[in-house]
Design a protein. Sequence first.
Length: 277
Amino acid sequence: MKQDVIISAEIGINHNGDMDLAKELIDLASSSNCDAVKFQKRNIDKVYSKDELDKPRESPWGTTTRQQKEGLEFTVQQYVELEKYCVDKQVDFGISCWDTDSLTEVEENLNVKRHKIASAMLTDKEFIAAINETNKPVILSTGMSTQEQIDKSINLLKNVEYVLACTSTYPTPAEEVNLKYITTLKQRYPHLKVGFSDHSSSMMSLYSATALEAEYIEFHITKDRSSYGSDQASSIANVAGAVTGIRKIQKMLGTGEKIVFASEEPILKKLRKADTI
């Protein structure tokens, strides 16, 4: 029997720097029967230029981009606490790093099973080399990347387990979701598992990806789509409904073989009067 699709609830930065909210989002994912949650970690001085960080930006933490970015970051010690909380809630803990310093911190202090390479990092050769040094399985997201760039990244990576169809527009309009790319990835990389990373905030995208036999589905979650944050509007609040739908559709797919089910037998005997072919 085909393995159940892995469902990963992307918390990302929707915790807004609040540990209590982060745990509430883990609770939401766990109670909704998600398999995993995922956070993000950045060294903001590595990821953003000084000019970018000095730009004015109003946020709950101040009036500059630096203050906003710092407000959204957890320390590695806080992530250690959140990882333990995930163990208690029986949901896998994941984190995508956006720079090599953050990757080193995660490797030295946490016990992630695999590494997720965000779309923004797909073309970073130094980061890919650092990921290879961990010898852990990799989930590769393909947003804002050409096919040539994706091919090169997959060739450089040692342990790609999943490659995810993805569009990095928040929220993604229907005409840019490009679900058929799931099929393209399956044909192009038959040796890899293929999944879908969604930013459309539509459960229709998740259900359609399941029907196209995505093996890993990731979507952002929130308690309130009107909350502060750039990712909130691209997130799903009805997480239980999304998971229930994904699981039900996977059951509906069946095996692809034509079967006369036991439940059909009484109707067969009642309605079929001749079998002369």
